[in-house]
Write a new protein. Structure first.
Ligand code: GLN
Length: 202
């Protein structure tokens, strides 16, 4: 058996451990990334959910934001979930004024888009590129994607059953982002998809 690719999970803040476990269960070699040196050791990076304002602040404080931007510009595959989606977005609505992102994904996202009264919910969605089985998508104070650039591919929307036609998952070259949290469901298909992406681009 060949060894899976080495994939990092950005360990500044958020649900790091769940992503490490999901990646390991999907056949990758996972490790946490908390410094620029760690970043050099991985061929792909997951940016977990959490709180994007805190993540941005700590990334700047720890001298990680520029290395992350450089790694992304160098073509490192990155997958952002929820707050991680915000960290990869080029444009953020309802951001804190000093909030910064890694960027690269040509999308406009809105933070806490589902409203504070809808703190969290779960719904089945279908995702392009996966098999036909519905994906259990868990949303926690989630952003949505309000608009996308030409090179962005929309791979999932909330269906009419949820009362909206809202974009909740996208890819663009080696970047992928979801509004929801696959690491909380035990369904490994998004992590497997990202591992394939890392293999493809490295
Ligand atoms: N609302 C959070 C933010 O703006 C994201 C929530 C999450 O990652 N679960 O960063």
């Amino acid at each position: 058996m060949t060894l899976g690719p080495r994939i990092g999970v950005l360990a500044i803040q958020g649900d790091v451990r769940e992503h490490v476990q999901a990646l390991e269960s999907s056949g990758a070699r996972a490790q946490t990334v908390g410094s620029p040196t760690d970043l050099d050791e991985v061929s792909g990076l997951v940016i977990p959910g959490g709180e994007s304002t805190t993540m941005s602040l700590l990334a700047v404080r720890d001298g990680l934001l520029d290395p992350l931007r450089e790694a992304r510009q160098g073509g490192m595959p990155m997958y952002g979930s929820c707050a991680g989606m915000i960290m990869l977005a080029d444009r953020v609505l309802d951001a804190r004024p000093d909030q910064q992102t890694i960027g690269g994904l040509d999308v406009t996202v809105r933070r806490n888009a589902f409203g504070r009264q809808v703190d969290s919910f779960e719904t089945d969605i279908s995702i392009e590129g996966l098999d036909d089985r519905a994906f259990p998508a868990v949303f926690v104070r989630a952003p949505w994607v309000e608009s996308v650039g030409e090179s962005v591919r929309v791979i999932a929307r909330l269906g009419e059953s949820s009362g909206a036609d809202t974009i909740v998952a996208v890819t663009q070259g080696p970047l992928m982002a979801t509004s929801f949290h696959p690491e909380l469901t035990g369904d490994l298909r998004i992590h497997e998809m990202f591992i394939e992406m890392v293999r493809h681009y490295s």
